[in-house]
Ligand binder design. Structure first.
Ligand SMILES: *Cc1c(COP(=O)(O)O)cnc(C)c1O
Length: 372
C-alpha cells in the first residue's frame, strides 16, 4: 500500500468544479490583484475566525512582516519567539530590523513556555510572537499575562492554526494580531501563495492595508514606504471555495488523529503521540510523534511506501543565518530534543482509515523487529 505524506490532488477532486468556475470568473472580469474577490475573502475569513478585521496579503511571511511593522516594531527592538518553528517566524522579525530573541518551549504542546519568557525580557523587548505549532494552540492566557505586565504586543504566528480552538474559541479571536498562511500545504491553502492578518484593531488594519500596497492611502497618495504584498484575485477566489470546506476537513483530520492515538498509544516505550490538553482543540495541521531511532524509522516507512517528514530538523537558533546572534547548542534543551525526535506522519482529510491502520502496523512492526 502507498501512503504519501501529503496528497493535494485528492483534495482537488472534491472541489474541482467550483475551483474551475472561480478561475473562469476571475479571468472573465480581468482584475487580477485585489478587488472584489479579495474583499469577499477578507470578510469571509474574518467572520470564520471571529475577528473584526482581516487584511489579505501574498504570503504568511508577508503577513508576519507587516503585522510587526504595523505595531511599530523596528530597528533596535527585540521580539521574543520560539526556536522550534518554520524559519519565517524569526525571519520576519529580522526584516523589520528588530532582533529575534528565543525562549524555550513546553514539552507537551511545543508552544513557547511563558515561564521562560520573563528571563528573556530586556528594556528593548517590544513584542512576543508565539507560534501555534502544528495546529496546537500556544498558551495564550499565560503569554498575555506576561505581555500585559510589561506592555508588550502579542502577535500570533497562526500560519498553521486555521480553525484551532483555544478554550473553545478560534485562534484569531483573542484581541491580538494573528498571522495566517495559505501556502498550498497548509490546512487552508491556496493554489499558489497567500496569507492574511486578522486583528481587532481598526488602526492596525488600516495601516496594514496601506503597507501591503506601497503605503498608499488612495491611488497615487503615498503616506509612507510600503510594499507590494497584495493578494491575487485568483487565490482569493480559490480560498473562498476552500474556506467553505475547512470545518469538514478539520473534522476529518481530528478523526484521523484519534485513530492514530488509538493505534499507537500502546507503543509508549518508543513513541510519544500527541495528547490534547483540555485547553485546546488542534486542527492537526501536522501529526507529529516523538520517537526513538527516528532516522531508521523514516527509512523503514519509506521502504514500505509511507511518506513522512521532519518538522523541523534544525531549530532556528542553530541555523547558520542566525550565527551572529551567538546562540549555542544546549541553550534550549526542550526545543533541541524535539528537533531530534519528532516525526510527522501522513495527515490530510482524504486519508483512508485503511491507510492509517497500515502506517500504524508498520510502526509496530519496526519497533518489534528492532527491539523485541
Ligand atoms: C508556513 C509558515 C509561515 C510562512 O508562511 P508562507 O505563506 O509560506 O510565507 C510562517 N510561520 C509558520 C509557523 C509557518 O508554518
Amino acid at each position: 500500500m502507498k501512503v504519501p505524506f501529503f496528497d493535494l490532488a485528492a483534495q482537488l477532486e472534491g472541489i474541482r468544479d467550483q475551483i474551475e468556475s472561480s478561475f473562469g470568473r476571475v479571468l472573465g472580469n480581468s482584475t487580477f490583484t485585489m478587488g472584489k474577490e479579495v474583499e469577499r475573502f477578507e470578510r469571509a475569513f474574518a467572520s470564520y475566525c471571529g475577528a473584526p478585521y482581516c487584511v489579505a496579503v501574498n504570503s504568511g511571511t508577508s503577513a508576519l512582516h507587516l503585522a510587526l511593522l504595523a505595531h511599530g516594531i523596528g530597528e533596535g527592538d527585540e521580539v521574543i519567539t520560539q526556536p522550534n518553528s518554520f524559519f519565517a517566524t524569526a525571519e520576519a522579525i529580522s526584516y523589520t530590523g528588530a532582533t529575534p530573541v528565543f525562549a524555550d518551549v513546553e514539552p507537551d504542546t511545543w508552544g513557547i513556555d511563558a515561564a521562560k519568557i520573563t528571563p528573556a525580557l530586556t528594556p528593548r523587548t517590544k513584542a512576543i510572537l508565539p507560534v501555534h505549532l502544528y495546529g496546537n494552540a500556544a498558551d495564550l492566557d499565560a503569554i498575555k499575562r506576561v505581555a500585559k505586565k510589561r506592555h508588550l504586543v502579542v502577535i500570533e504566528d497562526a500560519a498553521q492554526a486555521h480553525g484551532t480552538l483555544y478554550h473553545g474559541r478560534k485562534i484569531g479571536s483573542f484581541g491580538n494580531t494573528a498571522c495566517c498562511s495559505f501556502y498550498p500545504g497548509k490546512v487552508l491553502g491556496a493554489y499558489g501563495e497567500g496569507g492574511a492578518v486578522v486583528t481587532d484593531n481598526p488602526r492596525i488594519a488600516e495601516k496594514l492595508r496601506m503597507l501591503r500596497d506601497h503605503g498608499q492611502k488612495r491611488k497615487h497618495e503615498h503616506i509612507f514606504i510600503g510594499y507590494n504584498y497584495r493578494m491575487e484575485q485568483l487565490q482569493a477566489a480559490f480560498l473562498r471555495v476552500k474556506l467553505k470546506r475547512l470545518n469538514q476537513w478539520i473534522q476529518a483530520r481530528r478523526k484521523h488523529a484519534m485513530l492514530y492515538l488509538r493505534l499507537l498509544g500502546d507503543l509508549e516505550q518508543f513513541v510519544r503521540v500527541p495528547r490534547e490538553p483540555s485547553s485546546f482543540r488542534s486542527n492537526y495541521y501536522v501529526y507529529a510523534i516523538q520517537c526513538r531511532a527516528r532516522e531508521q524509522l523514516v527509512s523503514y516507512l519509506a521502504s514500505h511506501g509511507i511518506g513522512s517528514q521532519i518538522h523541523y530538523p534544525t531549530p532556528i537558533h542553530l541555523q547558520k543565518a542566525y550565527r551572529h546572534l551567538g546562540y549555542q547548542k544546549g541553550d534550549f534543551p526542550v526545543a533541541e530534543k524535539l528537533a531530534k525526535e519528532t516525526l510527522s506522519l501522513p495527515m490530510y482529510p482524504e486519508l483512508a482509515e485503511s491507510q492509517i491502520r497500515y502506517v500504524a502496523d508498520m510502526i509496530h512492526a519496526f519497533y518489534k523487529n528492532k527491539y523485541v
